[in-house]
Write a protein that binds this ligand. Structure first.
Ligand SMILES: Cc1cc2nc3c(=O)[nH]c(=O)nc-3n(C[C@H](O)[C@H](O)[C@H](O)COP(=O)(O)OP(=O)(O)OC[C@H]3O[C@@H](n4cnc5c(N)ncnc54)[C@H](O)[C@@H]3O)c2cc1C
Length: 476
């Protein structure tokens, strides 16, 4: 046998051994919400088998106990949608068939932030108009159509199993006492994850936890808007800090309805009765959302969700057991009004696609944690506008906050700046794009808005890109 043949034979042997190992490899994802589904779809590429373990029953596209935020507005950012389209073949086509629709973020949304409206114009950033339960159910359907993924519902996990001698996690114990072995376990358990407790019990020490107080309460309802004559698909009204703590979001969803959220920061909250809810909307910085609510019919009841603080856990900076990764809200959860959670989870899952059975997970955990840097920076910087947070605000955050405020102002009349800003906020481009010459020049030398002038503007006062200048006048 010549040397080449021998090498070739050996490598064939090697490949088939590797193949067998991959086929036998097993990854477990605990938690079957958006982060868990994204993780499972990503791991299915390299692991022979992926099992998702979810505590809830999964009856279909309806809100469920383990994801109480399903009752509230959920926006999917551009980058999240791009990644999910790759991870979940067919899911977005199926969503369209089920009544979801796609809008242009610049043309079909109104966005009021830092005391001014963004200019209206086509940005080429798709926004999916769909309720959270319908989105999740189609991601699930696409995932379970894969041959090597099993989704077990009504299957609560008690805890992962730690092998002290090997310094690794080797599986999970279910609440019914049974044990499942795995090469990799992913914690996608959301904010309530017990990883800090488990890691301490296994001897890895305390997880550092960073919090930014927001004292936020969402109150949301689903509205029949058939008679409201509302011309757009989305409306986002952010409070005018520091005096007004109140904001609102309205997003069109399947079935000709709109999901509407009124939110307050630092203890301010909308009432839970319908009349009080509509009345409260008069106190937002602008009146469009109030007009919409006054012409719409509430379907079902209003729901409330409170989030006292944003939180980020420092798994990247500590010793971790091999074969264990924490992601999604279990790792970091943000001010929900920025709509970052699902997209951040998808961006983390995009990294998991590269993880092969047996590879070191500590490095992967660090890379996954880095994904949260920019969303955390953006939301924490925004939070620094509140007097309630001033004690914890660094000089850097104050400078960045002023800079961003100027970028928002510029984006009220300059469509190119608005495009740059939106692409960063949708994680389609890095934050460094906000410091490109056109934006930087505008921030330093551009026209300044007086916030007052833009307060309580009627629709005719909104800046509109030339191609939309024939926009309908509808009383909004
Ligand atoms: C009010 C609100 C509004 C939001 N709005 C947006 C938005 O507009 N856009 C956006 O992108 N994000 C938004 N988010 C964030 C988004 O909902 C989350 O980032 C997203 O759901 C991903 O979270 P996750 O999968 O990590 O955790 P979760 O969604 O919290 O899911 C955790 C899962 O673990 C399961 N589980 C719990 N315990 C066990 C157990 N013992 N065994 C097995 N399974 C278990 C639960 O049933 C659940 O399915 C919002 C959040 C809130 C609170």
């Amino acid at each position: 046998m010549n040397r080449f043949a021998k090498t070739s034979h050996e490598s064939r042997h090697q490949v088939s051994r590797t193949d067998r190992k991959l086929t036998a490899s097993h990854a477990i994802v605990i938690g079957g919400s958006v982060a868990g589904l994204c993780a499972a779809a990503a791991l299915a590429k390299n692991f022979g088998k992926v099992t998702v373990l979810e505590r809830d029953a999964l009856p279909g596209p309806v809100p469920r106990r383990g994801v109480p935020q399903s009752h509230h507005t959920h926006a999917l950012l551009g980058r999240g949608q791009e990644i999910m389209e790759q991870l979940f073949p067919g899911a977005f086509e199926a969503l369209l068939e089920d009544g979801a629709s796609v809008s242009d973020f610049g043309k079909d949304f109104r966005w009021y932030h830092h005391g001014s409206w963004r200019v209206r114009g086509r940005l080429g950033i798709d926004s999916w108009m769909v309720s959270r339960p319908l989105l999740e159910s189609h991601l699930r359907d696409s995932l379970t159509a894969r041959g090597n993924v099993v989704l077990r519902h009504e299957c609560p996990v008690d805890a992962p199993i730690h092998d002290e001698a090997g310094g690794r996690v080797k599986g999970v114990r279910l609440r019914d006492g049974s044990v499942l072995e795995a090469d990799l376990v992913v914690d996608a358990l959301g904010r309530g994850s017990k990883s800090p407790k488990w890691l301490a019990e296994w001897g890895y020490g305390e997880v550092e936890e960073h919090r930014v107080e927001i004292g936020m309460t969402y109150v949301s309802g689903l509205f029949d808007v058939a008679d409201a004559g509302y011309p757009d698909d989305g409306l986002m009204l952010y409070p005018q800090a520091p005096d007004n703590h109140r904001g609102g979001i309205a997003l069109r969803v399947e079935g000709g309805r709109m999901m509407v959220t009124l939110f307050g920061y630092h203890g301010d909250r909308a009432p839970m009765d319908h009349a009080g809810f509509v009345e409260w909307s008069k106190t937002l910085p602008e009146l469009q959302l109030h007009r919409l609510l006054a012409r719409s019919r509430l379907i079902g009841e209003l729901r409330q969700h409170t989030m006292p603080y944003q939180q980020r856990r420092g798994y990247a900076g500590m010793r971790m057991p091999a074969g264990y990764v924490v992601m999604g809200d279990a790792l970091c959860s943000f001010d929900p009004s920025f709509g970052q959670g699902m997209t951040t989870a998808a961006m983390q899952a995009e990294l998991l696609v590269q993880l092969r059975p047996g590879q070191r997970t500590a490095r992967m955990q660090r890379r996954i944690a880095r994904v949260t840097d920019v969303p955390w920076l953006l939301t924490s910087t925004d939070a620094s506008c509140w007097p309630e947070n001033h004690d914890e605000v660094s000089t850097g955050a104050t400078v960045l906050q002023r800079y961003l405020k100027r970028v928002f102002e510029l984006a009220s009349h300059d469509l190119e700046v608005y495009r740059t800003l939106s692409e960063v906020m949708h994680f389609m481009n890095p934050v460094s794009h906000l410091f490109r010459p056109r934006v930087l020049w505008g921030v330093l030398f551009g026209q300044r808005n007086s916030g007052r002038r833009q307060m309580r503007s009627g629709p005719s006062e909104l800046a509109v890109a030339p191609e939309l200048s024939g926009v309908r006048r509808t009383g909004y």
